[in-house]
Design a protein around this ligand. Structure first.
Ligand code: NAP
Length: 538
C-alpha cells in the first residue's frame, strides 16, 4: 500500500448497515479474504425488512425478482410462498443468506454509528458509536439505505400522546392488537396504503388523516404453489436475462408504443388489460410518454381516477382519495390490497388535512381545526428523511474535516452515485444518484462494483482512492440532465428529497439517477475497465 501513517486499523473494511447492502458487502469482502465488520443499529439483519414490520408490510414487486441472483445454489434452495412476499418471509430470507454465507460472526448489532471521520495522516476511517466506542478501517462501505431514517410529523404535541403510538418503520416485534381499538393513522403513502386495510380488519374505528392523496394499483397477490415454485426455479436463468435488460430491473418494461398512435377506445382496452395484471405493469408497462408528456399523463390519470371512483362507494371520500396535485405515476405508485375498499367499511373515515389541518396531538388524541378525535393507538405512517437523510444522520467528515452535510446542503453531488470527492476510500451502496428501481438488483451491482474496486486497490497497493472534482461535476450534471424532462422530478415526494417535517428539506433536489439500469451499469463498467483512471489514486 502507499505511504501510511502510524495507525494500523482494526479492520480492512467496515460496513455501516446490516441490510441487504451490508450483508452482500460482507460476503464479497470475505471472498476477498479481507477482515470485515458490519455495524448495524438494529438487533439483527434485514435493514428495511427488519425495521418495517407494520401490518400488511410486503414486497410490491415479484419476490423472485427481488432476491439476490449471485448464487444459483441459494436461489434454488430458497422457497418463496407468495408472489409478493410478506415482511416476515423476506426477513427470514435475509437470515437464510447470513446462515448459508456464514456472515453472522462479522455482524455486530445494537451499534448506532454517530460519526465517521477520515484520518488524513493514517489514511484510515474512524467510526464512532453513540456510546463513544470507536472502530477503524482502511475502507468504508455505507449500506444505510434510501428509506431508513423515519420522520414523525412536525405537529405540536406528538410527544404528549399517552396511548400506544408507533412509527411504521419502528414497529414492535410483538404484534400490536387493534381489536376494538380507536386508531388514528397519519399518512397515505405506500406504507399506510398497505397498513390501513389490515388495521381496519379488527379495529373498532380507523381515522385516516390525509394531506396528499396517492394513486394506487391493485397488487393482486397470490400464494405460490409447489409446482409454481418449481417453474420459477427452472426459469431463473431467463429471468436474470430479462431483469438485467429492463430499465428498472423488474420483469416489466415500457411497452414502447406511443399513446398517440392509438384511438381512445384502443387505449381503454390496453389500460383495462394492464390494470387486470398483478403489480407494476399498469405503471411500468404503459405507453412511453406517460412519464414525460403532460397531455399523455392527463389521459392515464383520468383512467386511474375512474378506477378509484369505482372502488369507493361514498362519492365525497372517493373524490378526496383522488390526487389533485400530481398525475398518475409521478410519485412512487403504491400497490394496494383492498386499500380503497377499506373506506367502504362503516368503521373507516378519511379526514382531509388540506381542509382541516392538524392543530395538535393531545394526551388522548388529535385536534384539527374542525374537530377533536380520541384514540387508543396512533400510527405514524409519515415516511422518511429519504436518500440523503441517512447520510445526514451521521457526521461524515472527509479530508481536511470536510463535512458531507455541508457538501450536500444544496443537493447531493457524487461520482457514479458510488463515491464523493473529499471522502476517500468510502463507497456507497444505494447512495444518491444511483439507479434504484429493483433495489436488490441495484445493490448486487453496486456492491459488486465496489468489491472489484477494493480488490483493485489492494492489488495495486493503493491506500488512497478518491473521486475527483471533475468526475463529480460530470456525473452530477449527467444525472441532472437525465432527470430534466421527467414529470416525477416536478413533484414533491421523497423521490425529489422533499420532507416537510425536516428543516432544510423543503426544496426539490435531483436525488436519483434516472437513466436505465443497463446504462448505469455500462457507465460504471467503462470506469472500471479504464482502471479507475478518473479517480485520484495513491
Ligand atoms: P411516504 O410515501 O413519504 O408517505 C408519507 C405519508 O405521510 C404521506 O402521505 C405524507 O403526506 C404523510 N405525512 C408526512 N408528514 C405529515 C404531516 N406532518 N402531516 C400530515 N401528513 C404527513 O412514506 P411511505 O408511505 O413510508 O413510503 C415511502 C416509500 O417506501 C414508498 O414510496 C416506497 O418506495 C417504499 N415502500 C415500499 C413498499 C413495498 O411494498 N416495497 C411498501 C411501503 C413503502 P404528504 O405526501 O403530503 O407529505
Amino acid at each position: 500500500m502507499g505511504s501510511l501513517g502510524p495507525l494500523k486499523p482494526d479492520h480492512d473494511v467496515l460496513v455501516i448497515g446490516g441490510g441487504l447492502s451490508g450483508c452482500y458487502a460482507c460476503h464479497r469482502m470475505k471472498q476477498l479474504n479481507l477482515s470485515v465488520k458490519v455495524l448495524e443499529a438494529g438487533t439483527s439483519v434485514g435493514g428495511t425488512w427488519y425495521w418495517n414490520r407494520y401490518p400488511g408490510a410486503r414486497f410490491d414487486s415479484e419476490s423472485y425478482t427481488y432476491a439476490f441472483y449471485f448464487s444459483p445454489e441459494l436461489l434454488d434452495e430458497w422457497k418463496w410462498t407468495e408472489h409478493y412476499a410478506p415482511q416476515a418471509e423476506t426477513e427470514r430470507y435475509i437470515q437464510f443468506l447470513c446462515d448459508r454465507l456464514k456472515l453472522w460472526d462479522h455482524l455486530q448489532f445494537n451499534t448506532y454509528i454517530d460519526s465517521a471521520q477520515w484520518l488524513d495522516q493514517d489514511r484510515v476511517w474512524k467510526l464512532t458509536e453513540k456510546s463513544g466506542k470507536t472502530y477503524t478501517s482502511r475502507f468504508l462501505i455505507t449500506g444505510i439505505g434510501v428509506l431508513s431514517n423515519p420522520t414523525l410529523p412536525n405537529v405540536p404535541g406528538v410527544a404528549n400522546f399517552k396511548g400506544e403510538a408507533y412509527h411504521t418503520s419502528r414497529w414492535p416485534k410483538t404484534p400490536v392488537d387493534f381489536t376494538d381499538k380507536r386508531v388514528g393513522v397519519i399518512g397515505t403513502g405506500a406504507t399506510a396504503i398497505q397498513a390501513i386495510p389490515v388495521i381496519a380488519e379488527t379495529a373498532a374505528q380507523v381515522t385516516v388523516f390525509q394531506r396528499t392523496a396517492n394513486w394506487a394499483i391493485p397488487l393482486r397477490n397470490t400464494k405460490i404453489s409447489e409446482d409454481e415454485m418449481e417453474k420459477i426455479r427452472s426459469g431463473y436463468p431467463e429471468m436474470l436475462i430479462r431483469i438485467n435488460e429492463t430499465r428498472m430491473g423488474f420483469m416489466h418494461s415500457a411497452c414502447g408504443d406511443s399513446i398517440w398512435d392509438y384511438t381512445p377506445e384502443e387505449r381503454e382496452v390496453f389500460w383495462e388489460k394492464l390494470w387486470a395484471l398483478p403489480g407494476f405493469p399498469f405503471w411500468l408497462s404503459n405507453y412511453k410518454e406517460i412519464m414525460v408528456d403532460e397531455k399523455a399523463n392527463d389521459l392515464v390519470t383520468a383512467f386511474a381516477a375512474k378506477k378509484t371512483k369505482e372502488r369507493v362507494h361514498d362519492p365525497w371520500t372517493a373524490d378526496k382519495l383522488i390526487p389533485k396535485n400530481h398525475g398518475f405515476g409521478t410519485r412512487r405508485v403504491p400497490m394496494d390490497t383492498y386499500y380503497f375498499e377499506a373506506y367502504n367499511r362503516p368503521t373507516v373515515r378519511l379526514v382531509d388535512l388540506l381542509e382541516t389541518p392538524f392543530e395538535r396531538v393531545t394526551e388522548d388524541g388529535i385536534i384539527t381545526t374542525a374537530e377533536e378525535f380520541k384514540f387508543d393507538i396512533l400510527v405514524y405512517a409519515t415516511g422518511f428523511d429519504a436518500v440523503t437523510g441517512a447520510f445526514d444522520a451521521i457526521d461524515f467528515r472527509g479530508t481536511n474535516n470536510h463535512s458531507l452535510r455541508d457538501e450536500w446542503k444544496d443537493g447531493p453531488r457524487t461520482y457514479l452515485g458510488l463515491t464523493v470527492e473529499h471522502f476517500p476510500n468510502m463507497w456507497m451502496s444505494m447512495g444518491p444518484h444511483q439507479a434504484y428501481g429493483n433495489i436488490p438488483r441495484s445493490i448486487e451491482y453496486a456492491v459488486g462494483w465496489i468489491a472489484e474496486c477494493i480488490d483493485y486497490c489492494r492489488d495495486h497497493n493503493i491506500s488512497y482512492f478518491e473521486a475527483t472534482a471533475a468526475g463529480v461535476q460530470d456525473w452530477t450534471d449527467h444525472v441532472h440532465d437525465l432527470g430534466k424532462d421527467l414529470l416525477s422530478n416536478k413533484v414533491d415526494s421523497w423521490m425529489t428529497g422533499v420532507n416537510k417535517n425536516v428543516a432544510g428539506k423543503q426544496k426539490r433536489i435531483v436525488a436519483r439517477y434516472m437513466g436505465s439500469a443497463p446504462e448505469f451499469r455500462e457507465k460504471c463498467k467503462e470506469v472500471a475497465d479504464a482502471e479507475y483512471s478518473t479517480f485520484t489514486k495513491m
